[in-house]
Design a protein around this ligand. Sequence first.
Ligand code: SF4
Length: 380
Amino acid sequence: MTEEQGSQWVSSEKDSFLFANIPATYYQTPIQELLERGGRIKKALGKDLLILAHHYQQDDTFSLADFSGDSLYLAQQAAKARAKYIVFAGVHFMAESADILTGDDQIVTLPNLTAGCSMADMADHDQVEDAFEQVEEITGAKVIPVTYINSTAATKAFTAQKGGVVCTSSNSGKILKWAFSVGQKVFFFPDQFLGINTALAMGIPREEIVLWRRDKHDGGLSPEALKRAKVILWDGFCSVHQRFTPAHVAAVRKRIPDVTVMVHPECPAETVAAADFSGSTSEILKKVTEAPKGSKWAIGTEINMVNRMARDFKAKDGKYIEVLNPTVCICSTMYRNHPAHVLWVLDHLAKGEVIHRILVPEPIKSQSRAALTRMLELSA
Ligand code: SF4
């Protein structure tokens, strides 16, 4: 294969890290062939196989999915799935949630085991537990832990033990409302921005929302500040969404006066305040779908999703869509699930072999299921 033919090949110098952990025969195969072979295995395995893909997944991998959506929708699909094999084209915590919600006879795999989430990694189980206990001790209040689904199974299990619940960006308002119906304060982790945006939208004043800093004694907070707070936020964030700023909103409004700006609630509160709307990826899709033909949008979320929307909505009804921050806002870990990785997993499944299984151990699995199931019930 020559340099000229390179565009149809997946192997290149820059991709060497991406493909470090799979055989060269896979990453040297043209994309079209990978997709055709993947399609044949899907057909052969029929109902035994379910492929789920998050909205942020790269296009080629996305095209292999049976269902695509946001974290809540994908968790709901996993919970009702009957397939023997579930291939999750997402990141590690999503595949963990799918394993927690499926039966012991079902197998969940992640095409590339290095596809993690930097935000989930910011909330270490021991650190979270220590901080929570300190908040309880200092305030003497009934504190309810609420963990964003972008977190490890161990922290979800801890949440369940303490009477808390999981949330997603689609249902965080509903979940926080429930938490305040059973407790006096909410300990929200790992995403400070989803936490503050949800709390502000519920009308909780800023003075009653505090940030627990992992690197500080007592989170860097005085006893008075903790006692006054209704919401205590962990200091995690999404490395992709924190890149959208009010300056980007101002710039696009100046350039396109009739633009509508919509951002994900993992963006900073100032960015959400400057935008016209904020919502989960499913809400973003719904809003644009229902908008008038020819409308113009600047969207603050992951670039693979925004580029796909820009292409599809332009062709469908002439809507114009661009990403709010023109410098690369890509979820580089989600991106690691290339069709070459998916096919490598599928080839094994076709032979009845399993690689890259995500298996949450007991008792974490049963405990974390309680926090996830509570979320699904509250979201129904
Ligand atoms: S976009 Fe951010 S929060 Fe979502 S999976 Fe990627 S790093 Fe994690």
